[in-house]
Design a protein around this ligand. Structure first.
Ligand code: GLA
Ligand code: ZN
Length: 695
């Protein structure tokens, strides 16, 4: 991508979704907006996201005048705009005149016009029309000096089961299985419950998904939906690539909610290859009643590190709320200081922007009570507006020390969405306790608590750049991945895996004849059985002189060359290994056979961190809830210290750093107010012979 274009101004982007098309009948409000934008220290606006009805009020009749005016005003205050393509929602005339654009749900019900994000990804008409409107936008605004980037559609997701999509599914399958039904039946375990397919036309998408027992088909359907969505996106961007080859393209990704784990609707790691910059929409439920602030902050960290790793480059926070949202179960206002803190966390993890949904609260419809910079009171004096402005001021002051700065990690956790699809489909184990995303986040938390940077990577990246790779619950694993993990350990890497790993291949077919040989060799053991626990079942193990409870899963293990790290204390597998370690060639592989409480993960990974000599970006001593994250460029490090607790915290900085806001030199004790953030600078700590950026 052309990274330069997004960052050439060396300023962090601050602003967000601006929907002037909702306010065209209120010209005084549009004028007032730009006054308030300056007061809020904002500089970037995403416009036109749902503006198709305003852009093309009748088929083939376009109206850009209102948009010209809006853009002119933004430019006049020195702002930039991110121009959206409007395909996330469509005008009513289109649904009426061309019903093929309407989605069909899994029960084969055609949806009526309404809401948004509900078009068919196959419809030739919709594809043609999105290209046409996008071409017009590119022709008119492609050379505009204030145009920063393209925002394609909005939060792609969902699936369509119409006849066009069914035909495309079959076409995709024919290609995948090289026109060979026997291969498809093998892969789908066809004869099970008489599901053998004898003609391609018999294939229909799973209906409704989840009720069908053919796991190979479910998995292929998920893959197809992801493929078809990305294909739709590629179709959308064609005219933009042709007419504006230098303007970067993004589309806003999201998380799974309310769990706040990676989004499972699409394969984002594949999608990320097609965008120039990754951007995402983050709506954590701060101050909720289920977890403390630090635990949720670690989940936010996890997702950020996931989005960063997708392209190994800074990303954009495309949407967030300065206050509450409107769609959580309880829509709580961010407490004073939380907006500032939570925004700083995004910057600390690699975002080059803080953008909001939305600039101004709508007057009507479902989002009229969603948090926004400008409330219905239209006042720059209210608490939320003032906090946004304070953040904007800080962002202006620190931009130079943050924009484009990178993150570096020596620890990686593998996240694989296809694995999650297969795992969630697997009928067995505990139907509700698999929790792949949440489990990874718990492992991640042990590193976050100690300020050790982590990349959340796909299974296809080069593992050798990491000192430690975690691959818990990698249930679906190809032989290729098994061999890559083996090669990584062989050459000196440290690998940790867990229960429910390496059980099925890429078609979700169980491996026959025991565990895969590369895994057996690497771990020096084999899992024999996975026992699943009721919440009332009790077992535990002893590690470093302490007893830790086991929950949900326990693997019965047969050791070969591996040594026991801990053994089960009860049940018929009492005194057999629960955790093992194997020194294989130049590396080490741990197998965690049981699911353990968080205090165990803290202890276990704490020891590994020490053994591997992994260091945080800053040497500080603190209580739980303080987070330190850093970005670096040219041997300089910008370090964010963040207090994710509701208490005053006194920390000890064991080296010398400079506060980039106050210019003070800091060392020794430092008091942090609840939710306080300090932004410091220090010279590079990342000493690595391959690392040009280090000092
Ligand atoms: C999503 C959408 C926005 C808006 C927000 C509200 O992220 O992209 O258009 O609806 O949710 O939180
Ligand atoms: Zn369709």
């Amino acid at each position: 991508m052309d990274k330069k274009r997004v960052t050439d101004e060396q300023r962090l982007l601050h602003g967000g979704d601006y929907n002037p098309d909702q306010w065209l009948a209120y010209p005084e409000i549009l004028k007032e907006d730009v006054v308030l934008m300056q007061k809020a220290h904002t500089n970037t606006f995403s416009i036109g996201i749902f503006a198709w009805a305003a852009l093309e009020p009748e088929e083939g009749t376009y109206d850009f005048e209102w948009l010209d005016n809006v853009i002119e005003r933004i430019q006049a205050i020195g702002g930039r705009f991110i121009l959206a393509t409007p395909s996330g929602a469509r005008p009513a005339w289109m649904s009426k005149q061309h019903p093929e654009v309407l989605r069909v749900d899994a029960s084969r019900r055609k949806l009526l016009h309404g809401a948004r994000h509900n078009h068919c990804f196959s419809s030739p008409y919709y594809r043609k029309k999105t290209q046409a409107v996008n071409a017009k936008l590119a022709e008119r605004y492609g050379n505009h000096p204030a145009l920063l980037m393209w925002h394609i559609s909005n939060e792609f997701g969902g699936e369509c089961h119409c006849d066009l999509c069914q035909a495309n599914f079959r076409k995709w399958l024919k290609e995948k299985y090289t026109n060979d039904l026997e291969r498809l039946n093998d892969s789908w375990w066809g004869p099970f419950w008489s599901h053998t397919i004898t003609d391609w036309e018999q294939i229909e998408s799973p209906s409704p998904i989840g009720e069908t027992a053919v796991h190979g088909m479910n998995l292929d359907w998920r893959r197809f939906v992801s493929h078809q969505t990305i294909d739709f996106y590629k179709n959308e961007i064609k005219p933009l690539r042709e007419k504006t080859p230098d303007i970067p393209i993004t589309t806003n990704f999201m998380s799974d909610n309310p769990a706040f784990t990676p989004f499972t609707g699409l394969d984002y790691q594949a999608f990320a290859k097609e965008v120039d910059v990754v951007s995402w929409d983050a709506y954590p439920a701060w101050h909720n009643d289920k977890e403390d602030t630090a635990t949720l902050a670690a989940k936010v960290g996890f997702l950020n590190d996931h989005f960063y790793a997708m392209k190994d480059q800074p990303f954009l926070l495309m949407e967030s709320t300065p206050s509450g949202v409107n769609w959580h179960h309880v829509n709580k206002a961010k407490r004073p200081g939380m907006h500032y803190l939570s925004s700083m966390q995004m910057l600390a993890h690699g975002s080059d922007s803080i953008l909001y949904f939305q600039w101004r609260k709508s007057r009507g419809s479902s989002e009229k009570f969603h948090g926004a910079v400008v409330d219905h009171d239209q006042s720059p004096e209210n608490r939320v507006f003032k906090e946004v402005a304070r953040l904007g001021q800080t962002m202006e002051a620190i931009s130079e020390k943050v924009v484009g700065y990178q993150r570096k990690a020596k620890v990686a956790i593998i996240y694989d969405v296809e694995n999650e699809w297969a795992l969630n489909d697997a009928q067995g184990f505990g139907l509700k306790t698999k929790k792949y995303g949440e489990t990874l986040q718990k492992h991640y938390q042990a590193f976050w608590d100690k300020n050790i940077a982590v990349d959340i990577i796909s299974k296809d990246v080069d593992f050798e750049q990491y000192d430690l790779v975690l691959a818990p619950m990698l249930y679906m694993m190809s032989e290729k991945t098994a061999k890559q993990l083996q090669a990584y350990v062989e050459k000196g890497g440290t690998l940790v895996s867990s229960y429910m790993t390496g059980l099925v291949d890429e078609a979700d077919l169980a491996y026959l004849g025991g565990w895969l040989t590369p895994l057996k060799e690497t771990f020096g053991m084999a899992p024999l059985e996975t026992d699943t626990y009721y919440p009332t079942d009790k077992n535990s193990l002893e590690f470093n002189g302490k007893i830790y409870d086991i929950k949900d899963y326990a693997t019965i293990i047969e050791c070969d060359s591996a040594e026991e790290v801990a053994t089960y204390r009860y049940d018929f597998y009492q005194r057999t290994p629960a955790i093992t370690v194997n020194h294989y060639r130049q590396g080490t592989a741990y197998y965690m056979g049981a699911r353990l409480e968080e205090s165990f993960l803290t202890e276990f990974y704490g020891e590994l961190i020490a053994d591997l000599g992994l260091t945080p970006p800053l040497d500080i001593t603190h209580e739980r809830g303080i987070s330190v994250q850093a970005r670096e460029a040219n041997g300089l490090k910008t370090v964010f210290i963040m207090n994710f607790t509701e208490d005053l915290q006194v920390i000890e900085i064991n080296e010398e750093v400079r506060d980039i806001q106050t210019d003070e030199t800091l060392s020794g004790q430092l008091a942090l107010d609840p939710y306080e953030v300090r932004i410091l600078e220090k010279k590079g700590w990342f000493v690595d012979s391959n690392d040009q950026l280090s000092l």
